[in-house]
Design a protein around this ligand. Structure first.
Ligand code: 5GP
Ligand code: MN
Length: 336
């Protein structure tokens, strides 16, 4: 067991009641990791409460234990008593979107390179495919039995954060863990179908509208798509219904960076970036106040569409001309 995992194990053993949280607009990794952590604590006879800003998206409601995720305002929510807090997959306190009362002790488990290290104990490892992979290693260190309910949450986190084992964070260790989880009773085909095979008609129409808005730069290395607020309204959809849309332009041979602009309200956009190859979109998102990983990142930006589009294009073009270090190289330069 590594020193940091040992520290995490000791820290958990020291406390009795926990608040578990993650970033707003939860995804498969944040939601799976949080539920898995609450199962682990339960096995250790400890109490926990999962509190999030946003409800579980429909896609992830199938996860065993999804009902454990409470949102601010729910009964038993923010006012509940707890000794310690665990932040999962969450780069900064602000990313929770919650106003949390101070806690005396907190633990931060994350695989984002640009994590603020805002807790007393920070286990940050950008070599991990997902936070779920880290929670798996923790469960293993604690000798928690791998039951399918726990395993399905961990598997979903790894599956979704590696883009079905296709992104550059797909590693032998991540695949071995996935194999262990399948051996312990997780059904990979059922989970893939639950996550990727249950879209609504409205979601496909939204995808169609997004693809109709596709534009490419002259060299066809950058793809841009825009989903206006009125389109979400037209199909009675939410921002969460556009999950995965940003990946489609990357299937064009020449495209290295795909950018999706989702209009939240007038002059306010959620921008998602995906890249293949060397372009580090985390660095681009960070330069506008957001964050993420080398090949997947995001930020919320204020300003007119034409203005932020120009700023973003400029930033991507500069990187295409002068490639930056990879996440791994940045990590090695900064921390080792
Ligand atoms: P998505 O584009 O799917 O919303 O997010 C992709 C990745 O970018 C997420 O896993 C997360 O790491 C990061 N990310 C997305 N939006 C934000 C944001 O507003 N702030 C920060 N710091 N990271 C973000
Ligand atoms: Mn993650």
């Amino acid at each position: 067991m590594s020193d940091i995992i040992k520290e995490v194990v000791d820290w958990i053993k020291k406390h009795r009641s926990f608040l578990i949280t993650s970033h707003e607009a939860g995804d498969g990794d944040s939601i799976g990791s949080q539920i898995a952590m609450s199962f682990i604590l339960e096995k250790m006879q400890k109490s926990s409460l999962i509190l999030n800003k946003d409800p579980v998206p429909n896609t992830y409601k199938f996860l065993p234990g999804a009902e454990r995720i409470k949102i601010q305002g729910d009964e038993g929510g923010i006012g509940a008593e707890y000794e310690a807090a665990i932040f999962l997959d969450c780069g900064s306190l602000e990313r929770t979107g919650l106003s949390l009362p101070p806690v005396s002790s907190c633990l931060n488990i994350d695989h984002h390179l640009n994590n603020d290290r805002f807790c007393q104990l920070n286990w940050i490892d950008p070599y991990m495919s997902s936070t779920a992979e880290m929670v798996y290693l923790l469960a293993d260190a604690l000798s928690i039995p791998l039951e399918p309910a726990l395993g399905s949450n961990l598997y979903t986190g790894i599956l979704t954060d590696t883009g079905c084992f296709t992104y550059s964070n797909t590693t032998p260790r991540g695949l071995r863990i996935a194999a262990e989880l399948i051996e312990s009773g997780v059904d990979p085909s059922s989970i893939a179908n639950q996550v990727y095979g249950r879209k609504s008609v409205a979601q496909l129409l939204l995808l169609g509208a997004a693809l109709s808005s596709l534009t490419l730069t002259e060299d066809e290395r950058i793809a841009l798509i825009l989903l206006k607020e009125e389109v979400f309204k037209k199909y009675e959809t939410t921002q969460a219904d556009a999950e995965g849309v940003v990946n489609y332009p990357l299937t064009i041979d020449s495209v290295e960076v795909s950018v999706l602009f989702k209009e939240i309200s007038e002059d306010f956009f959620k921008v998602s970036f995906r890249s293949k190859g060397r372009v580090n979109v985390a660095a681009i998102a960070e330069s506008f106040g957001g964050g993420g990983h080398h090949n997947a990142a995001g930020v919320k930006m204020r300003g007119s569409y034409s203005l932020i589009r120009e700023q973003i294009l400029d930033s991507i073009c500069r990187q295409l001309a002068n490639p930056l270090l990879s996440d791994r190289e940045r990590y090695e330069n900064n921390f080792e």
